[in-house]
Ligand binder design. Structure first.
Ligand SMILES: *[C@@H]1O[C@H](CO)[C@@H](O)[C@H](O)[C@H]1NC(C)=O
Ligand SMILES: *[C@@H]1O[C@H](CO)[C@@H](O)[C@H](O)[C@H]1NC(C)=O
Ligand SMILES: *[C@@H]1O[C@H](CO)[C@@H](O)[C@H](O)[C@H]1NC(C)=O
Ligand SMILES: *[C@@H]1O[C@H](CO)[C@@H](O)[C@H](O)[C@H]1NC(C)=O
Ligand SMILES: *[C@@H]1O[C@H](CO)[C@@H](O)[C@H](O)[C@H]1NC(C)=O
Ligand SMILES: *[C@@H]1O[C@H](CO)[C@@H](O)[C@H](O)[C@H]1NC(C)=O
Ligand SMILES: *[C@@H]1O[C@H](CO)[C@@H](O)[C@H](O)[C@H]1NC(C)=O
Ligand SMILES: *[C@@H]1O[C@H](CO)[C@@H](O)[C@H](O)[C@H]1NC(C)=O
Ligand SMILES: *[C@@H]1O[C@H](CO)[C@@H](O)[C@H](O)[C@H]1NC(C)=O
Ligand SMILES: *[C@@H]1O[C@H](CO)[C@@H](O)[C@H](O)[C@H]1NC(C)=O
Length: 678
């Protein structure tokens, strides 16, 4: 074992290294933008630029942390913007911009347009007018390499982070014309406190600031899901979060300059920061990794020591308490049949909500007022009481904001009930396929619903402890909560009904005509990719507002998949878009059609995984592959050629990575794929 003296010594080295790095005066990141051309030495443009930059150090308006200026005439006019982080005092701000002015010119010796960022400020100049214009390219990410919380708390962490950032976003947007900046904290899993900051350049309109930050927040899954710290930084707005306080909230001294830190908790900001550029503009596609090798090594040694010295015992104790909890939860999940009978008024017709694949569904109200949904299973589930109980316990552990929550079960005589949270807005099909109610679903809502379904499926496929293939994804299994968030229902039914749940063949096909992947419908072969197929059908239905299996195009009834494919190939994809949302965000809609088509491809291995679907939905910087022809098995006579082709496709692990994604995507996907062995 390493002695505590050595530990202390190593941490001292670490702190010194960190200090040295902190004092290196270079940008976190900079872009020299070639698109806007180069200027030549001694040109008017250069003289104007020099004049402008020298005025930055001496100006007085900087007190608000924002400075804009332009100088020169016509094609030689230069505009510049300086922005300091909202909590930085005017002296530091001026100092930071002063360094930036000389540094940026050194880094980009003849580019007309350039941007550079420090922790405390940003400097931009260009030959075009940049004031009040939202800039969506030239964005970079940074993330701490360490995970903030264990895998089962990751969702919770990401959720808490998103909630915090959303609230800061609205504060910053409403900040006024001088400052659009907000900081805040929130509690995160594992007793951590999350600190975050968002900022727009104050010259943006509220609308532009909002959409810039919405976009930045959406990039978090690509950049830094469940990381101890991360930043999404662009010319018009930026966000940052850490699990320590990194901004100045009046009283507290700013942490980066504090040299005394307890040896056991090394300061996270300077550890090993991975900066990836996610620019849409084709500047140069490089990945910059700022590594502090010694620091990283020392950190590793320290973590090892700390892990073995401190964590070992408590960890074992923790496991035991978890088991206790599990035993207790069996009791709390079981409901009395009499309770449910009262709650549903003797399973009255009036309380019947509908009929699902596995039995009738009733609405009920418990004595404490809670409204529930009860699925009364048709009686032949084919397994014993104990097995049923065990499976319910496992399925009840699947908790995600995009899954309908299983609250419990009831087992009495031959009655088997499953009790779920009640969803006030019924299911997606009630809205989507109703010519009047459809109007409630504008594009924004539909897009949110698509994202929610995708995250729910990903959780079932990869993030939950059990690997669940849903097998019956369809619009009527997508329920909507009071805020019209989508939640998947009927997951895990295969577990409760004695169907084997691993990838394989099954003689009992549980899916629904129109959503089933051809290999599943015809050969009973299911895999995560058959769920991906159903997801693709759902996406196309959501975009078009039409059912796949009774799609109407004027007088003709054909199937949605072939109609979508035909139009997409002919460049007329807008034909399939529901007329009520034609005024929505066209690029987003087209991207969804594209993703939908990728998911319904005939070749199982060509369909993306849900993890890559989510990446594609979240990041426009990812180039999508060109889809191949979808499986047209909806036609009444399945042609033999097709079915023979499909028999030979079987997903293997190496097949599952799609090849065409950009750098960030494939890196991300590789790490997701590693979760597979199960
Ligand atoms: C501008 O200069 C950079 C190098 O300083 C060069 O890589 C780039 O090609 C030049 N661009 C144009 C448009 O001349
Ligand atoms: C730019 O001007 C300076 C003096 O004003 C001169 O020394 C230098 O040679 C000039 N450079 C070029 C490339 O013309
Ligand atoms: C800006 O930096 C230069 C050195 O790079 C220094 O001489 C000058 O005094 C600084 N100006 C201000 C206003 O800080
Ligand atoms: C900026 O410079 C580039 C290259 O010289 C030119 O193509 C572009 O039109 C200029 N932009 C403006 C707004 O003058
Ligand atoms: C962080 O979490 C991801 C996924 O949960 C896992 O693959 C990765 O190994 C973890 N990284 C570290 C450094 O623990
Ligand atoms: C979190 O923010 C609140 C204000 O919203 C502040 O009162 C509190 O001190 C902060 N907590 C920490 C630990 O910084
Ligand atoms: C930009 O600069 C102009 C002129 O220097 C000034 O009038 C204007 O208020 C500035 N705008 C902002 C948002 O600071
Ligand atoms: C429910 O049905 C049982 C018999 O099946 C009957 O005894 C009871 O009175 C009924 N309760 C209500 C509220 O109708
Ligand atoms: C969804 O349900 C909530 C709560 O019952 C209701 O206020 C809202 O109007 C419903 N939304 C739609 C579009 O029906
Ligand atoms: C599934 O069935 C096909 C024939 O339909 C057979 O070739 C294949 O080996 C079976 N796979 C498994 C895992 O049983």
């Amino acid at each position: 074992m390493v002695s505590s003296r050595l530990l202390f010594f190593l941490s001292a080295i670490f702190l010194l290294t960190a200090q040295a790095v902190a004092q290196t005066a270079d940008f976190l990141y900079h872009f020299c933008l070639n698109d806007n051309g180069n200027y030549t030495a001694n040109s008017t443009y250069e003289r104007n630029l020099n004049h402008l930059l020298s005025s930055f150090s001496s100006n007085t308006e900087i007190d608000y942390g924002f400075y804009n200026s332009s100088y020169g005439q016509n094609s030689d006019q230069v505009s510049a913007i300086g922005l300091c982080r909202g909590d930085v005092n005017p002296d530091d701000c001026r100092g930071c911009l002063n360094i930036s002015t000389s540094l940026l010119k050194q880094h980009c010796p003849n580019q007309k347009e350039a941007i550079g960022w420090f922790d405390h400020c940003m400097l931009r100049y260009s030959n075009r007018s940049i004031l009040g214009v939202k800039e969506t390219s030239s964005i970079f990410y940074m993330s701490n390499v360490n995970n903030a919380s264990s895998a089962n708390n990751a969702d919770k962490f990401n959720n808490d982070l998103r909630t915090l950032l959303e609230s800061l976003r609205s504060q910053a947007v409403a900040g006024g014309s001088l400052r659009k900046f907000a900081t805040g904290n929130a509690t995160a899993p594992e007793f951590q406190t999350l600190y975050a900051l968002v900022q727009c350049t104050p010259d943006l309109s509220e609308l532009d600031c909002n959409s810039c930050l919405v976009d930045a927040i959406q990039r978090i899954p690509v950049c830094c899901n469940n990381k101890k710290g991360g930043r999404v930084v662009g010319p018009s707005c930026n966000l940052r979060f850490e699990i320590y306080q990194f901004y100045n909230s009046t009283a507290a001294a700013s942490p980066p300059t504090s040299p005394v830190a307890p040896p056991v908790s090394p300061p996270p900001p300077l550890t090993n920061t991975n900066t990836t550029k996610g620019s849409e503009r084709n500047t140069s596609r490089t990945i910059i990794i700022i590594i502090v090798p010694i620091a990283a090594f020392v950190l590793l040694v320290i973590s090892f020591c700390v892990y073995f010295r401190v964590k070992r015992r408590p960890r074992r104790e923790k496991l035991e308490t978890v088991e206790d909890d599990e035993i207790r939860s069996v009791e709390s999940l079981q409901f009395d049949f009499s309770t449910i009978r009262v709650a549903t008024d003797n399973f009255s017709e009036a309380n019947k909500l509908g009929q699902g694949g596995f039995g009738d569904v009733y609405k009920g109200r418990l004595s404490d007022g809670q409204v529930i949904a009860i699925k009364r299973l048709s009686k032949n589930s084919g397994q014993g009481d104990l097995e049923f109980k065990n499976e319910v316990l496992l399925v009840a552990k699947l908790q995600h904001r995009n899954l309908v929550r299983l609250l419990g079960f009831c087992l009495e005589r031959d009655e088997r009930l499953l009790i779920y949270e009640f969803m006030p807005n019924t299911s997606l099909d009630h809205f989507l396929f109703d010519p009047i109610k459809r109007a409630h679903l504008d594009w924004q809502r539909r897009y949110k619903i698509i994202g929610g379904i995708a995250r729910g499926i990903l959780y079932l496929h990869e993030d939950s402890r059990l690997r669940i293939i849903h097998r019956d994804l369809k619009a009527s299994n997508i329920l909507l909560d009071a805020e019209m968030n989508s939640k998947i229902s009927d997951f895990g039914m295969a577990r409760l009904f004695l169907l084997d749940q691993t990838q394989g063949n099954t003689s009992r096909i549980v899916g629904t005509y129109g959503y089933m992947a051809p290999e599943y419908a015809m050969h009973g072969q299911f895999s995560v990719k058959s769920d991906v197929f159903s997801f693709g059908v759902l996406v196309l239905e959501i975009v078009s507002g039409q059912k796949n299996n009774c799609f109407r195009n004027g007088e003709n009834v054909e199937d949605l998949l072939s109609y979508a494919w035909k139009n997409w190939r002919e460049g007329t994809a807008s034909n399939i878009v529901d007329p009520t949302i034609r005024l929505g965000a066209t690029t987003e809609i087209m991207r969804c059609i594209h993703i939908g088509l990728l998911c319904v491809q005939e070749n199982v291995a060509d369909r993306p995984t849900m993890a890559s679907v989510i990446l594609m939905l979240n990041s426009y910087s990812i180039t999508l592959q060109v889809p191949s022809q979808p499986a047209f098995f909806m036609h009444n006579n399945i042609d033999l050629e097709t079915s023979r082709l499909m028999q030979s496709t079987w997903v293997t692990k190496s097949d599952e990575r799609s090849k065409g994604d950009s750098v960030e995507a494939s890196r991300n996907e590789a790490s997701i794929t590693e979760l597979y062995p199960r």
